[in-house]
Design a protein around this ligand. Structure first.
Ligand code: FES
Length: 117
């Protein structure tokens, strides 16, 4: 029997590479997990829709902590991706909430693919 599959609104990854760890990404990941737990946003909570994973280097080493999120494109087919640099807890929490709400993602500290391209 396969494992239970939990449909989600998105997947957040927080870099745990050495440069981001030097800028507090371990604490950021832990704080974000605690937040997802307390607010019942984690995928395994009733009503929760988010996955959160530690990642290896995301390629923004001089600008960490780095975070990226993948989610089904709210505007159509495919996958939306958003990348963030110099992430602190309040920004990470806003990204998580917007992903959960299927709302537009915050623009501050965002880099990478132009969402309007
Ligand atoms: S160590 Fe985090 S982006 Fe490279």
């Amino acid at each position: 029997m396969p494992p239970k599959f939990f449909p989600t609104h998105g997947h957040l990854l927080v870099c745990q590479g050495p440069n981001c760890q030097a800028r507090g990404s371990a604490l950021l990941h832990k704080a974000l997990w605690n937040h997802l737990e307390r607010q019942s946003l984690a995928y395994y909570k009733r009503g929760g829709t988010l996955r959160l994973t530690e990642s290896g280097c995301l390629g923004a080493c001089s600008y960490g902590p780095a975070l990226c999120v993948y989610r089904p494109d709210p505007g159509g087919a495919g996958l939306e991706e958003a990348w963030y640099a110099a992430v602190d807890f309040p920004l990470a929490a806003r990204v998580a909430q917007a992903t959960h709400d299927r709302a537009p993602l915050p623009a501050e500290h965002r880099y990478g693919p132009d969402p309007d391209a």
